[in-house]
Design a protein around this ligand. Structure first.
Ligand code: F6R
Length: 614
């Protein structure tokens, strides 16, 4: 979603801002813009489309400055066009702002401001905020820019990651955050601002992540932190970034998504690292140690997530119920936060999020905390809001995920959930030694087996090209492979725009079977597990109706090989860890279909990497 970059210091800010915007392109956006302080004026350049279009637009302009802000917009209020793009300026040009998030009471504020004579050029809530700040600035007698920002924000309902420039106090940036991330990078006589750390990584490792309602007042030599409601300065907590520039490059791959698919042998190894004792094979989850007594007392586990993370949650449900024998419910965060769920103090709520910034997941965490539940996070981005808002948690250590379609984060989440289920099962003594050690052994073999699937990517590419003209697809799976079918369908639809539905294979007869004809590709996840025979029956039912079956099968399964149109093989392994293998060919299949259709794989239309608004 929207991205923020800012710079104040002695360097030329413009190339830093443009490169920062390019680093944020992965988040998804539809327009971009910059505001540059030059010769006592704040000049704004903005353009619908890619950052490259903004760059072209600015080619003839003077762009040198030491103070500037820049933004990528993902439209919420008002269509994507040059006018609604950020930065936005207040009516008299006193304030220029970039804003992530949504001002929920913007209509009321806009009407109030209009009644006072303010006029608006666009449809955005952000322009209203710029004018509200200007109104506050002009209202009181001794109101400087900082106070005007804090006064305006105290009237605002909603979310903001905000950076403000004031033409009368031009050598200063004012930044604020509520429910929308903002980080400040500390350089030598310079500061960087961004909605995530990626734009600043090549310049500094020292960052301060703003907390909700923090307001930062930044000049090139000073950084003061306050809150919206309080004038007293507070001490910022400086953290060191572990990210490296190399992680932000494609490293020879055509797309980030492909790179991330191929990284999975390494990322799953990283997720497992230090979490299984090599001698005893016991699971060690350092992040949960302190809260483990409460977890072991839990009567129920509720897992909240969105999208791909929700699919991982479903696998977690199956694992925890089967092995730890604790009841588990999986909820879409967007439903949970509004549907008045029953939350008890002895519930354990697990929030799963790659980005750690998903607005619905954060709201659901807030609700569960309010009701007294212990809330744990499984998240990828270190220092993200989910990591900070939960009582304890586990990082997935999958590294930066830039492709909008989540791949390596999913396998990392499933790996963590497997470890949690095994650990709880061991503690509750609901698993026998033989079963426990056999699953652990198979889990440890997963990276090597993923590697062997990736070696066959060209065979999957050939199959994908064959089906790339399809308009619809059905994905089927049972048991642990049902969520994999859902995930496979999601991957295909989000990057290739082919309508795809994932279904529990046993549900097929209750509706989707009506769709089957010779034009419908049906992807069946049919690895050898306890449901195998039943899935084979489902395959027969599809065949009888002339559906084209592409099956994910276990290596050596000649019976299925001869029964279906196309196969994608995975090595044999324990059914409990099969999702970690079965999803890989489906990720590659979706990637190659999208490629064959000429789609923008890393930045699919309308999608955002980090869904920071509802
Ligand atoms: C799908 C995808 C999304 C995310 C969802 C949740 O490929 O990436 O469905 O999984 O937006 O995002 P996080 O995990 O960051 O909370």
């Amino acid at each position: 979603m929207c991205g923020i970059v800012g710079y104040i210091g002695s360097k030329n800010a413009y190339p830093i801002l443009i490169k920062g915007l390019q680093r944020l392109e992965y988040r998804g956006y539809d327009s971009s813009g910059v505001a540059l302080y030059q010769h006592d004026k704040i000049n704004v350049f903005k353009k619908k489309g890619k950052v490259s279009e903004l760059e072209n637009f600015c080619t003839e302009e003077e762009t040198y400055t030491n103070v500037g802000i820049a933004h990528t917009r993902w439209a919420t209020h008002g269509e994507p066009n040059d006018i609604n793009a950020h930065p936005h300026q207040s009516m008299n040009g006193t304030f220029t702002i970039i804003h992530n998030g949504i001002i929920e009471n913007y209509e009321k504020l806009k009407n109030d401001l209009a009644a006072k004579g303010f006029t608006f050029y666009g449809q955005t809530d952000s322009e209203v905020l710029a004018n509200l700040i200007e109104y506050m600035y002009n209202e009181g007698e001794h109101v400087n820019a900082e106070l005007a920002v804090r006064m305006a924000l105290s009237r605002v309902v909603g979310a903001y990651g905000l950076v403000v420039m004031c033409k009368n106090e031009p050598e200063q940036l004012i930044a604020a955050r509520k429910s929308s991330p903002l980080a400040i990078g500390i350089g030598d006589g310079e500061y960087y601002l961004a909605s995530d750390a990626t734009p600043m990584i090549e310049y500094t490792k020292s960052v301060v992540y703003l907390n909700d309602k923090d307001v930062a007042i930044i000049t090139k030599n000073s950084f003061t932190l306050k809150t919206v409601d309080n004038d007293a300065a507070i001490t910022p907590e400086v953290q060191q970034l572990e990210l490296s520039v190399g992680e932000l490059e494609k490293n020879g791959y055509d797309h980030f998504m492909l790179k991330e698919i191929f990284e999975q042998p390494k990322t799953i190894t990283d997720t497992l690292r230090g979490r299984i004792d090599p001698a005893t094979k016991e699971v060690f989850l350092g992040g949960l140690t302190e809260v483990m007594p409460r977890i072991l007392d839990a009567q129920r586990v509720v897992i909240i997530a969105c999208g791909t993370s929700w699919h991982a949650a479903l696998i977690g449900e199956y694992l925890i119920e089967e092995y730890a024998q604790i009841p588990v419910e999986v909820e879409y965060a967007s439903e949970y936060r509004y549907r008045k769920p029953i939350i008890r103090e002895n519930d354990v709520v697990i929030a799963i999020s790659q980005s750690g910034e998903t607005a619905d997941t954060l709201a659901a965490i807030g609700l569960a905390k309010e009701k007294g539940a212990l809330v744990l996070g499984i998240c990828n981005v270190v220092g993200s809001s989910v990591a900070r808002e939960t009582h304890a948690g586990i990082y997935t250590h999958a590294g930066v995920e830039i492709g909008v379609a989540s791949t390596k984060a999913f396998t990392a989440q499933v790996t963590v959930l497997t470890l949690i289920a095994l650990h709880l099962a061991r503690k509750h003594q609901t698993i026998n030694n033989e079963r426990y050690f056999s699953i652990i052994d198979d889990l440890m073999c997963i990276p090597g087996k993923v590697e062997s699937i990736l070696l066959k990517h060209l065979a999957i590419k050939t199959i994908a090209e064959k089906y790339s003209e399809a308009s619809n697809a059905l994905y089927l799976g049972r048991g642990y492979l049902f969520p994999v079918a859902l995930e496979g369908a999601l991957k295909l639809k989000e990057i290739s725009y082919i309508h795809a539905e994932g279904y529990a294979a046993g549900e097929m007869k209750h509706g989707p079977i009506a769709l089957i004809d010779s034009n419908l590709p049906v992807v069946v996840v049919a690895a050898k597990d306890r449901y195998y025979e039943k899935v084979v029956s489902n395959i027969q039912e599809v065949k009888a109706r002339k559906g084209n079956i592409i099956a994910v099968i276990t290596e050596g399964d000649n019976a299925l090989r001869n029964m279906v149109a196309d196969i994608m093989e995975i090595p044999a392994c324990d059914e409990v860890v099969t999702p970690l293998l079965a999803v890989i060919p489906l990720q590659l299949f979706a990637y190659y279909v999208a490629l064959a259709r000429g789609c923008d794989v890393d930045q699919p239309r309308n999608l955002a990497k980090s869904v920071t608004v509802e």
